[in-house]
Design a protein around this ligand. Structure first.
Ligand SMILES: Cc1ncc(COP(=O)(O)O)c(C=O)c1O
Length: 446
């Protein structure tokens, strides 16, 4: 018998990187077919553009030269034509000209999902001990990435208009007072139909946020990462302009967008518009990751954009998600409209995939809490709000929220799922009321 080998010497980063909590939620959704998952942030399966992709693939491969070019390695930054098309696309969404923002196609990088670019931007700027400012709550995959890089989060409260600017200013002023401003490398905002709350940063706050970040960047430039993953899924009114579009000198805003939510996540394609100084460092890291995202997929996406397939698909999705959003809001009103009024409420997103539900403070929505168990017994899952906070060492994590998604489930399943959830909530509430009546002390209550 060979001698038993000692364990691997894992890196500090590996030690700081935990499994994503959502993995568990996805697994039980796959295992239990009876379960309605209001947790999984997948897009609507029925809407995925399978037929369009079949046609585009056939067309591409029917042209032998074009097909072979697409099957060859591409470049690290991405297909030139696609990057130009993406720049024009973003400028059109914002109603601005690229020159006004001091950007051209060389500032556009295509990634293997926007996640890759969000990660790389953090990776090239953040060192262990640094600070990243986020909304409170925030997108848990991003805060997990920040944690794995050894940074801590300083969170800023939100209201129905997104991150509160006076609170942001207060956080930055405090960091300056304590001599910690130089450690702040990034401000991350998911500013359209935020994951997890569905809230959009209001138009008036956009320029204000940029001005604040700029005014605290005199001694060390803070990068403002604008994660606009859900931007094109607005289903009400006109979506606000990006923060990026207010920046004339392309100095500090990274705008990240994706094909995942408005088209097809299986293609794993996203893109970012980067300040000049970040282009090369990002590409150097991306070279280490994959020296270029799928060239084949990029050729297909360019055709999807040029042919109008992409634009038509987005228009269809907006309508579809609007119906589902309406179904979820109606179901919540029906099932929970009279449950502890004032203490139970939810967001009313103008698009995206998520509604954020707040319950009375005593109601623990955590995975180990009574509500999650009761919900599983009823046959429904949600994302416990506790995953979406922090890690901000200064703040206790609130336990009484949850993220609900209307992306992947049918309207019928939305109504049934919310009904199951409401039954679970009311069951936990009745059980607590019985315990209170029986004189159980506060500290021993669930
Ligand atoms: C807020 C947010 N940003 C970024 C991403 C990453 O998306 P992708 O890598 O598919 O572009 C997601 C995915 O769910 C998201 O919710």
């Amino acid at each position: 018998m060979a001698a038993r080998l000692p364990g691997f010497g894992f890196s500090g980063k590996a030690g700081r990187t935990a499994a994503q909590p959502i993995t568990y939620l996805m697994r039980i959704a796959v295992q239990r077919k009876d379960l309605i998952s209001l947790a999984a942030g997948l897009v609507d399966q029925k809407t995925l553009p399978a037929e369009e992709m079949r046609r585009l693939t056939q067309e591409l491969l029917a042209d032998e030269a074009a097909g072979k070019e697409a099957l060859q390695y591409g470049s690290t930054e991405g297909l030139a034509g696609l990057r130009q098309a993406l720049l024009e696309h973003v400028c059109k969404l914002d109603g601005v000209a690229a020159e006004d923002l001091s950007v051209d196609a060389h500032n556009v990088v295509v990634g293997s999902g926007s996640q890759q670019l969000l990660y790389i931007v953090a990776d090239i700027l953040v060192e262990p001990g640094d600070i990243v400012i986020t909304e409170w709550p925030s997108y848990f995959v991003y805060t997990a990435a920040i944690t794995s890089l050894g940074a801590s989060v300083r969170a800023v409260d939100m209201d129905q208009d997104g991150m509160q600017l006076d609170a942001l200013e207060a956080v930055l002023a405090e960091l300056r007072r304590h001599g910690e401003l130089h450690r702040v490398k990034l401000l991350y905002t998911c500013d359209y139909h935020q994951n997890p709350t569905g809230i959009t940063l209001s138009q008036p706050r956009r320029q204000g946020m940029l001005e604040i970040v700029r005014s605290y960047s005199r001694h060390g430039r803070i990068c403002l990462v604008e994660d606009a993953a859900y931007r094109e899924l607005s289903c009400e009114g006109v979506a606000p302009r990006s923060i990026k579009s207010f920046e004339r000198d392309n100095a500090q805003v990274v705008l990240a967008q994706t094909f995942s939510k408005p088209f097809a996540p299986g293609l794993r394609a996203g893109y970012a518009i980067l300040p000049d100084d970040l282009v090369e460092p990002v590409l150097n890291q991306k070279g280490n990751h994959d020296f270029g995202s799928s060239n084949f997929v990029q050729h297909l996406l360019l055709r999807a954009m040029r042919s109008g397939i992409y634009a038509r698909h987005v228009a269809m999705l907006r309508q579809r998600y609007r119906q589902k959003r309406d179904a979820m809001l109606q179901a919540l009103q029906q099932e929970l409209g009279d449950f502890e009024p004032g203490k139970t409420f939810w967001t009313r997103p103008g698009g995206g995939l998520y509604v954020y539900l707040t319950l009375p403070e005593w109601m623990d929505t955590g995975r180990e809490g009574p509500l999650f168990r009761a919900a599983l017994a009823e046959g429904v899952t949600y994302v416990p709000g506790e995953y979406c906070y922090g890690p901000d060492p200064r703040r206790p994590v609130p336990k009484n929220h949850m993220r609900l998604t209307f992306g992947t489930v049918s309207e019928q399943a939305i109504f049934e799922g919310v009904a199951r959830l409401a039954r679970a909530i009311k069951k936990v509430s009745r059980s607590r009321a019985r315990q209170v009546a029986a004189g159980v002390r506060e500290a021993e209550l669930p």
